[in-house]
Design a protein around this ligand. Structure first.
Ligand code: CMP
Ligand code: CMP
Length: 282
């Protein structure tokens, strides 16, 4: 390991590695929501600083209550996350990690003890990022993004049942877009890859029920509402058009983030789809 002074006159950690390994790490970083807002320069700094650590099946990577000095990105393998919710109780399994997932960020973001235990389910190849590089490159933007969107996400009713932690991960994955009154956000019949939640403004959905027929208004949206889920759930073209009625700010998730974060809410989404039918039947 070495430290180098880079072009921005920053002293950064460099763990020597082959180009092949750098490419593998880059692929995983690009899959991870936590690193999604980094530019090329910062990605290179993170890749240089990362260290490969291998864990045997059943071994512990992070223990709840310990101090933490590194964050992990999964290169290969799967891991389990357990948490003791109340002192003296058995640990509850919260989730599994797959390649491209990151964990161990909370201790670094909030200078807190590890909030859960992570164990390897299979042999796991992890890329570890040290606290100093995390603080320099990732911490501020990640913390700001979580703070900004967690508030907005609390107003989205479909997310009522997700945990505080899952909401913060959705915040990592969000991209924001602004529209002007009158802009078409979705056009009926188009291929769609994005799910939308409104943070500011109003929008309306229109649907043409038969080819060449007139568009009819089918839904009105305000902050906290969502749309664009059907194309992702059913793999079909957009079933309606959505138009901004006022200037609008939306929080967007791409297909992959939607599948991983909102996919588990499929039952609620399907129940809500009944509303579309009711409009048709009425
Ligand atoms: P950290 O507290 O550093 O170490 C344990 C990690 O478990 C934590 O960061 C998160 O990355 C991860 N984790 C997953 N689910 C939860 C949860 N519900 N609460 C806290 N940590 C969680
Ligand atoms: P999607 O088909 O992906 O894109 C258009 C969106 O309009 C659709 O998802 C729903 O979120 C929304 N929508 C609102 N009302 C209707 C309706 N009656 N039929 C279909 N989609 C509707």
């Amino acid at each position: 390991m070495a430290f180098i002074i880079n072009k921005s006159m920053l002293k950064v950690r460099v763990v020597p590695k082959s180009d092949e390994l750098k490419t593998k790490i880059r692929t995983r970083l690009l899959q991870s929501f936590l690193f999604s807002s980094l530019d090329e320069k910062d990605l290179d700094i993170v890749i240089n600083a990362m260290e490969v650590k291998t864990f045997e099946p059943s071994s512990t990577v992070i223990k709840q209550g310990d101090d933490g000095a590194e964050l992990f990105l999964v290169g290969e393998g799967t891991l389990d996350c357990f948490k003791v919710m109340k002192k003296g109780e058995e640990a509850t399994k919260l989730k599994e990690y797959e390649p491209g997932d990151a964990f161990g960020e909370l201790a670094l973001l909030y200078n807190a003890p590890r909030a859960a235990t992570i164990t390897a389910k299979t042999e796991a190849v992890l890329y570890s990022l040290d606290r100093d590089t995390f603080n320099l490159i990732v911490k501020d933007s990640a913390a700001k993004k979580r703070e900004k969107y967690e508030k907005c996400l609390k107003t989205v009713k479909i997310l009522d049942s997700v945990s505080v932690y899952e909401r913060s991960q959705i915040a990592d994955a969000i991209r924001e877009e602004k529209f002007n009154a009158g802009d078409h956000i979705i056009n009926q019949g188009d291929i769609g890859d994005i799910f939308y939640m409104i943070s500011e403004g109003k929008a309306t959905a229109y649907k043409r029920f038969e080819e060449g027929g007139k568009e009819e208004e089918v839904m009105k949206y305000s902050p906290g509402d969502y749309f664009g889920e059907l194309a992702l759930l059913k793999n079909e073209p957009r079933a309606a058009s959505v138009v901004a009625k006022t200037d609008l700010v939306v929080m967007k998730l791409d297909r992959n983030s939607f599948r991983r974060m909102i996919g588990p809410l499929e039952e609620i989404l399907k129940r809500n789809m009944e509303n579309y039918k009711m409009i048709l039947d009425s």
